[in-house]
Design a protein around this ligand. Structure first.
Ligand code: FRU
Length: 478
């Protein structure tokens, strides 16, 4: 695996682009070659600058979802329907060919953020070099849309289906998914609106004015539709909608934020041959653009997550079990009585931590990571018993005032012990608890901000079990 530039904020076991900019995961697919599974991941990529512009499709491959090998860039913008950028899309196997169906952007205007969009097709026999076939579907002129992008394609018994993210100009109709069908991936027929939601309504949840990267998933016990909320040129996280899918229509009955952090967007999912649904999202930077340009890289892929449809249509996530192969040196503790803060003699910037707490009579319980010895820098992950909220508190995460310092919280629903699972990797922090997640970025400044502590406030709690592992790097040393 090609080395990544040395930078204390650059993750060691998360995927980042070799250089420059990265946003959405694209074309996630598990393929079988000579009886072995290989995972292909494409991604929105500007190889020449750590800034969103002139978007290509980067390409990487893995046999275990953890170690990635860089492959040559799969798609680059060129004169024609994708001359302003090869935006997001999906990959399917069409016989022996790997086909990419993506969003072509042309005449992009940075002032209005609008461009002429068409859905494009590219194919490859060797899954490495792609031949473009140009536009296969123009954006519909008669629907009065303010957004149309990010196709997801799959096969049904009677042919191909494609869902495309959209937004109606009329806010009453709001964000939407449009459905199409085809027999050859080249000629598409409009089927209608799969789902849409009033852009101002908060019932069951606010979904913005354009739905980016929508994905309909079929589980054994029902369906879920994930969308990335877009509103006035900004993303507002991923929402999972629950509902009934029947006759090319998804009737929304509920919804929740899939991840409560500010670093999980444009998530894409894929189903493995064994039926397991996996998801990866984009973890954008939360430090200022000049710092990103200086660093020469921007954007991280989240760790792969396994999806389950839980009770009440809740889409639950757990980190992929494959991540265990990253574990190196480990620490263990059992039944530690907590009252106040307790240093755990664990240090690091690339750690996995599992902690199980008996809450007893404490009011707040949690973990602290990236703590400096004097506590001036630290990131607190705290569960508040009365509000049932789990938060990542970043008020002291960095002495650099330019980085995000706000708190991100999610309501947890569980009985018994509190189970936390943390993945810390330089500037990334992903917290999983009882099927929910919070993904954020942190940028500690001090080289001694390495400590891990446990905490119980307002009473006592017991840390029933604590395990931590140093995680290995997935990159060659430079
Ligand atoms: C989501 C998104 C997509 C678009 C792509 C462009 O982050 O805005 O809707 O296709 O990024 O890079």
């Amino acid at each position: 695996m090609v080395a990544r530039s040395p930078d204390p904020d650059r993750p060691q076991y998360h995927f980042t682009a070799p250089t420059g900019w990265l946003n959405d995961p694209n074309g996630l697919i598990a393929l079988e070659r000579n009886g072995k599974l290989e995972y292909h991941m494409f991604y929105q990529h500007n190889p020449s600058k750590a800034q969103w512009n002139n978007i290509h499709w980067g390409h990487a491959v893995s046999t275990n979802l953890v170690d990635w090998q860089d492959l040559p860039i799969a798609l680059a913008p060129e004169a024609g329907p994708d001359e302003s950028g090869c935006w997001s899309g999906y990959a399917v196997m069409d016989g022996q060919k790997l086909s990419l169906i993506y969003t072509g952007s042309r005449n992009y205007d940075p002032v209005t953020d609008f461009s002429d969009i068409s859905i494009c097709l590219a194919e490859s026999e060797d899954w490495l070099h792609f031949t473009k076939h140009g536009c296969v579907l123009e954006s519909p002129k008669d629907l009065d849309l303010i957004g149309f992008r990010d196709p997801i394609v799959w096969r049904e018994s009677d042919g191909w289906r494609m869902n495309i993210g959209a937004g109606f100009r009329d806010p009453k109709r709001g964000g939407a998914v449009l459905s199409y069908t085809s027999s050859d991936l080249k000629h598409w027929t409009y089927l209608g609106v799969l789902a849409s939601h009033d852009a101002k309504s908060h019932d069951p949840i606010w979904t913005g004015s354009v739905w980016e990267c929508p994905q309909l998933m079929c589980f054994e016990n029902g369906h879920a539709l994930t969308i990335s909320r877009w509103f006035e040129r900004r993303g507002y996280g991923v929402v999972a909608l629950s509902g009934i899918y029947k006759a090319e229509h998804f009737e929304i009955s509920g919804g929740h934020e899939l991840d409560a952090g500010d670093a999980f967007y444009a998530a894409q999912s894929f189903q493995e041959p064994n039926g397991r649904w996996m998801m990866i999202g984009w973890m954008p930077e939360t430090r200022p653009i000049p710092r990103q340009l200086e660093a020469g890289w921007s954007g991280v892929m989240s760790l792969p997550r396994v999806l389950h449809l839980g009770k009440n249509g809740l889409l639950e996530q757990t980190p992929a079990p494959e991540l265990e192969i990253l574990r190196g040196q480990g620490w263990k503790q059992h039944n530690l009585l907590l009252e106040g803060r307790k240093a755990l003699d664990v240090f690091g910037t690339a750690l996995e931590i599992r902690a199980v707490f008996n809450l007893m009579n404490a009011l707040r319980v949690g973990l602290i990571v990236r703590a400096s010895p004097d506590g001036l820098e630290e990131t607190r992950i705290v569960y508040d018993v009365l509000s049932r909220q789990l938060s990542i508190n970043r008020s002291d995460s960095s002495l650099n005032p330019e980085t995000a310092h706000d708190q991100k919280s999610i309501k947890l629903d569980f009985t018994g012990s509190l189970e936390l699972r943390l993945f810390l990797d330089a500037s990334t922090l992903e917290v999983f608890a009882h099927g929910r997640s919070i993904s954020t970025r942190i940028y500690p400044c001090r080289s001694d901000s390495l400590g891990v502590l446990a905490l119980a406030e307002g009473g006592q709690a017991v840390l029933e079990s604590f395990e931590a592992w140093q995680m290995r790097s997935i990159w060659e040393k430079s």
